[in-house]
Unconditional design. Structure first.
Length: 88
């Protein structure tokens, strides 16, 4: 019996984390929302309700976001691609 394929690869998790960090959900308008609520809304608006509904998987994405938060440049326009390494 084959199991279901994984919903997200590690590369997918990275991509979602960076996409979230470039989204409006990190803006001050959502400052009153918990990180979980922000991510849940972000995922659902992208048609990723299955990821949002999977607590373990959404926690993996949230953990990746939190890891990258400290290295996001102040101006995301400083980045030319989706690499987690800012250009200096």
């Amino acid at each position: 019996m084959r199991g279901d394929p994984p919903l997200l690869t590690d590369s997918d998790v990275d991509g979602l984390a960076w996409e979230f960090l470039r989204s409006r959900y990190v803006d001050t308008i959502y400052a009153g929302w918990s990180p979980d609520r922000r991510l849940d809304t972000f995922l659902r608006r992208r048609g990723l309700g299955r990821v949002a509904d999977d607590g373990d998987l959404s926690n993996i994405v949230l953990d990746r976001i939190m890891r990258y938060v400290g290295i996001v440049p102040r101006e995301l326009s400083d980045m030319t691609d989706e690499s987690p390494v800012p250009i200096h």
